[in-house]
Design a protein around this ligand. Structure first.
Ligand code: DX5
Ligand code: ZN
Length: 217
């Protein structure tokens, strides 16, 4: 029996208050903090980079889970590792050399994750299983919070079978809420990213809804 971790995405937090938001979600029961880095090139939106990650790091006691939606990715891995990322996830679609990218992430001292867009099959990671700590299955096309969940349960099952008894997390990102969470958990996911479903109704001055939302997932 696998325990489910909830990783709120600060993409849905108050961008002027990241430190306080990270402290609030951890106090309300978040397991990991998910940090969405977007470049306006690999995805059609821009968020922030390694300097912001370094600034929020002291406000996170647990795992800082950095999701890089950027291309190229290799030139920035060292900077995100130095910023204190515990997990660095790169997209399989963002580089022709994802194997090299994953080597670089582990080489920089972080746990390595590979993310798959909805259009990318499970087989894309078949040769990478011993070099990853996490596989992120996107259940939206990345770029924005608050999008509709795309059912990827067949892919999740396929990945669990490929992973076998290796210690690899399956993380789900996009449209996770109390309705979709049980579907992906049942299929074999163990880390659930949630942005809008966690932050809705709360704020740093009224954080209790964050806790209620986390427990509802
Ligand atoms: C999507 C990001 C997600 C996003 C999830 O591009 O990678 O982490 O913030 O947001 P929700 O939970 O609102 O779909
Ligand atoms: Zn993400």
């Amino acid at each position: 029996d696998r325990s489910i971790k909830i990783a709120p995405s600060i993409l849905a937090a108050d961008f002027a208050n990241f430190g306080a938001e990270c402290e609030a979600i951890e106090a309300q029961g978040a397991d990991w903090v998910h940090v969405d880095v977007m470049d306006g090139h690999f995805v059609p939106n821009i968020t922030f980079g390694p300097a912001t990650c370094a600034a929020i790091r002291p406000h996170i006691k647990g795992v800082m889970d950095v999701h890089l939606m950027i291309a190229p990715v290799d030139p920035y891995i060292e900077a995100f590792a130095k910023a204190g990322a515990d997990v660095i996830t790169a997209h399989a679609e963002a580089t022709p050399h994802i194997h090299r990218t994953l080597q670089a992430i582990r080489g920089a001292g972080a746990k390595a994750g590979v993310a798959l867009n909805p259009g990318t099959p499970a087989s894309a990671v078949a040769e990478l299983l011993d070099m990853v700590d996490l596989i992120c299955v996107m259940t939206v096309n990345p770029g924005f919070g608050g999008q509709k969940f795309i059912d990827m349960t067949a892919k999740i099952r396929e990945l669990r079978a490929l992973i076998g008894d290796r210690p690899v997390h399956i993380e789900i990102d996009g449209g996770v809420d109390p309705k979709t969470a049980p579907l992906v958990a049942q299929a074999g996911a163990d880390v659930l990213v949630a942005g809008s479903a966690v932050f809705k109704g709360g704020s740093v001055s009224d954080p209790a809804p964050y806790g209620e939302n986390i427990r509802a997932i």
